[in-house]
Write a protein that binds this ligand. Structure first.
Ligand code: PLP
Length: 428
């Protein structure tokens, strides 16, 4: 495959956009080389500026669960655009998508729409602080909740015990209110709660982590968090930006039967447009302005184009609940195939998977938290990534990312992928 035009376009982009990209991981820094510039996409495939076709395992980092340019979403957008693209006034569409989301997701009465997953998590934390009248939060090393200040603490790239900012520009003052815990380690969480009595407003967690590769919660971890929160007046926030409307219609709360107090959404809920949302029971959501004292707003929040795309997506998932089982089966097929060829080729690896989230780690030890995820062999991952790219398969350009399987993938696509992995892993 030739990526000549992509390289030229990247060089031009670098002159006017920092690092040539509008979001860092797109820049291929972790794997080397230059990013692929995409021209269009349909179903399971990306078509790049050099005319290559790639099987896509990122799917816009999650949103395109039913494939690219999914007809009902495209139609909804086309029709809606003719009616005006933004009003800053309420529309019926907002109530429709809110009602559908509330019907699909357990334990929520009301939902507020924002423009990204970052905004959703940032607002959820403010709401939790306002509601509990406490300042501190607990987050887990390796979990990513967007790029707002409180969360840029060991967000997948550094590990420390107490809040040390990962990025210049995040003040020590902000960082001190973020306490860090190890994923899947309840004792660590208990100790933090005991050391900060009546000070912790919320525990925010990716209930199936996806930002250190895919790391499932160990048995009892989420249940334990629920118990600790309930016993200590702490709100449990599930960041379901990745998992929501993907692992089940009702997300991880439905999948594992665990109740969160606040739930954050992004990705799938926007059907590929910039949308996030946060939701909770009425008592908590009524703390938000204009009903309550916690301020939160947005010029483009509930934007009609974004809501039309999101509604078309949620309706499609709601009307065809079998999609989640299909995704499970396709991803399980992929997992079995990858396991087989990597084992035959003598590679040390671990595969983690929950439903349609899957990741391959080049280390034989179980990957249960950020520390174990960080042990993976990055040199092998780089070879894996570039080898697959040459075979026309696009996975995330970082060993810390989950693959997002789309229903548009056929079993033939999966076989092609497994064969490519066989070929590439023979060269390690
Ligand atoms: N939360 C999780 C779990 C995410 O994976 C992400 C993004 O990948 C975010 C929050 C932030 O969402 P966004 O990139 O839409 O701001």
């Amino acid at each position: 495959m030739i990526y000549q035009r992509s390289s030229q376009l990247f060089a031009e982009a670098e002159k006017v956009i920092p690092g040539g990209v509008n979001s860092p991981v797109r820049a291929f820094k972790a794997v080397g080389g230059t990013p692929i510039f995409v021209k269009s996409a349909k179903g399971a495939y990306l078509y790049d500026e050099d005319g290559n076709r790639l099987i896509d395992y990122i799917n816009s980092w999650g949103p395109m669960i039913l494939g690219h340019a999914y007809e009902p979403v495209v139609e909804a957008l086309t029709e809606r655009a003719k009616l005006g693209t933004s009003f800053g006034m309420p529309t019926e569409l907002e109530t429709k998508i809110a009602a559908l989301a509330v019907a699909m997701v357990p334990n929520i009465d009301k939902i507020r729409f924002v423009n990204s997953g970052t905004e959703a998590c940032m607002s959820a934390i403010r709401l939790a602080r306002g509601f509990t009248k406490r300042d501190k939060i607990i987050k887990f090393a390796g979990c990513y909740h967007g790029h707002s200040d409180s969360f840029l603490i060991a967000a997948g790239s550094g590990l420390s015990t107490f809040g040390v900012p990962n990025s210049p520009g995040v003040t020590e003052g902000t960082a001190k209110d973020t306490l860090l815990a190890r994923y899947n380690d309840l004792e660590n969480v208990s100790a933090l709660i005991a050391a900060n009595p009546n000070e912790i407003a919320a525990i925010i967690v990716e209930p199936v982590a996806g930002n250190m590769g895919c790391v499932p919660p160990l048995n009892g971890f989420l249940e334990g968090l629920r118990e600790l929160c309930s016993a200590n007046g702490i709100l449990l926030i599930f960041d379901e930006v990745m998992t929501g409307f993907r692992l089940a219609a009702g997300g991880v709360q439905e999948l594992y039967g665990i109740q969160a107090d606040i739930v954050c959404f992004g990705k799938v809920i926007g059907g590929g447009l910039p949308v996030g949302a946060f939701a909770a029971r009425e008592e908590i959501m009524n703390y938000l302005a204009p009903l309550g004292p916690v301020y939160q707003a947005g010029t483009l929040s509930g934007n009609p184009l974004a809501m039309a795309a999101g509604l078309a997506m949620l309706e499609a998932l709601n009307n065809d609940r079998a999609v989640f089982q299909r995704l499970e089966e396709k991803t399980a097929y992929l997992e079995v195939g990858i396991r087989k060829v990597l084992t035959e080729n003598g590679i040390f690896f671990t595969i983690n998977r929950v439903g349609s989230m899957i990741s391959v780690h080049f280390d034989a030890e179980p990957v249960v938290d950020f520390q174990s995820a960080a042990k993976g062999d990055n040199a092998t991952f780089k070879k894996f990534f570039h080898g697959l790219l040459q075979e026309g398969i696009y996975i995330a350009p970082s060993a810390y990312e989950t693959w997002f399987i789309t229903d548009a993938l056929t079993y033939e696509d999966l076989d092609v992928t497994i064969q490519a992995i066989d070929k590439v892993s023979k060269t390690f």
